[in-house]
Design a protein around this ligand. Sequence first.
Ligand code: ADP
Length: 537
Amino acid sequence: MLSAAEAGVLDLVQESVVLRTADGRILWWNAAAEALYGARPARAAGRYAAELFAEETPEEDAAALAILRAEGAWAGERTRRGAGGERRCVALAWRLRRAAWGGEAILETGRDVTDARRDEAALRKSEHRYRNLFQAMAASFWELDFFPVGARLHALRKAGEIASYPAYFEARPEFVREMMRATRVIDVNEQTVTLFGRPDAPDPKAELLTTVEPFWPEASSGVFAASVVAAVSGRPSYAAETRLRAIDGREFPALFTACFPPDTMNKGTLLVGVIDLSARVAAETALAGMRAEMARAARVSMLGELTASIAHEVKQPLAAIAANAAAGIRWLDRPAPEVAEARLLTGRIADDARRAAEIIDRIRGMVTGAAPSAGPCSANAALRDAAALLEPEIRRDGARVALRLDPSDPAVAADRVQLQQVVANLALNELQAMAGRPAPRLDLAVRREGDAVAIEVADTGPGIAPDHLPRLFESFFTTRAEGMGMGLAIVRGIVETFGGSVRAANRPEGGACFTVALPAAEGPVAAAAHDAVNTIV
Ligand code: ADP
């Protein structure tokens, strides 16, 4: 078998050494094998490898033996039971030896590679996971080789050429483009091909594996430079909204993110993600368009509700015009014509005709969505107009209207028709909130609030649930079964157009109060001041 000297030397080697017969009987093993498999050489000797090692694939021994006999050597890995009963992965090498008795013996050396294999498997798994993620993400991902740029910047900095990176880049736009040309694209995912590639190219992905320069429009160079500054100053990541360019030259808005984990940075590679924002921009544009459309639709449908009261308003000045004209003719028909009386009546006719024309203009403005004027207009008049417009609804609900106007008749910088629409919208909501409740009352008030004029539209309804208050002005927020949730959103939109604000609150005595604050305006107001200031209709 082995001489004592041979055995003594083999005990010193770190690898396990096992001498065994071709049919698996153990003849001898060294100290390292004892440490690995856990049985003393004396007790191992004579036992069979299959039983001692509890190998998971003993049938592979036959194949290994065939190779051994043909080539004189075999190497491979086996999973065996270790000293503590746990599974160990052992890298084995077999040599064929002629034994003293004339038979064959196998000299096996082994190395425990369990930990190394486990690390490798973990690495493979995380690499696999990373690859999957890289490919499957909805965002576009890029793996870039940044090494030449990093090296160049390092050298420049060492040579004292760069005191401040941002200043250096800012002063040298061509250097920034050069850095782009020196940054190579190692890999991209499918989403990148979709977003940046030319779908009809023979190999759309290969076209993208170039430098990053083609993807950065000139105007976006600053964002690239800022991301390099972030990378070289040790920040973990960088993100910015910018415009990027597809390989066919098409530009689009994008969210650009780069992360610089130290281990990939040391290798000179970095990972960049890009999210296409054109969809979001398009959605926002569509939403804005939809809002404008709905505002117009709301105006038109409100017009339906208000037609009756507008007709009423137009009829009233027309009747006055007819009556005054008839009286004027009578004064002039007298034997001694009363010219002074006739002049007075003609003046009233002119006033009434102007009022009728204004009402017509207001209707036309509502339907066509005509550009609003920025005033000045009378806040008092806006309340009175709205109350007049809603008269049929007010009468139907048996509601009272308490007007508390400001005697100084303050002017606001807003469009008269739109302001009237704001008040009418708020008041309509309030009439709806008060429907079926006893003694419904609209409290409409104007007062100065510093540099602004506050218009209050309040009710005696149930008030607003505290958790609804912050959401009230959002589009589509509604608690009414047949509601659309656009009324208050339109109100806020109009008020903000004129630099004002609107807020909602609950009144201490019960009911809701909406306050519209608008900047006070200078100059004469469009509507004539009325004498009645405090009225209850
Ligand atoms: P809609 O009337 O279609 O529901 P609005 O934007 O006009 O849409 O109103 C949104 C919501 O605000 C209403 O559903 C209601 O819950 C609440 N609200 C508005 N005005 C009042 C009010 N005066 N009293 C109580 N709740 C109100």
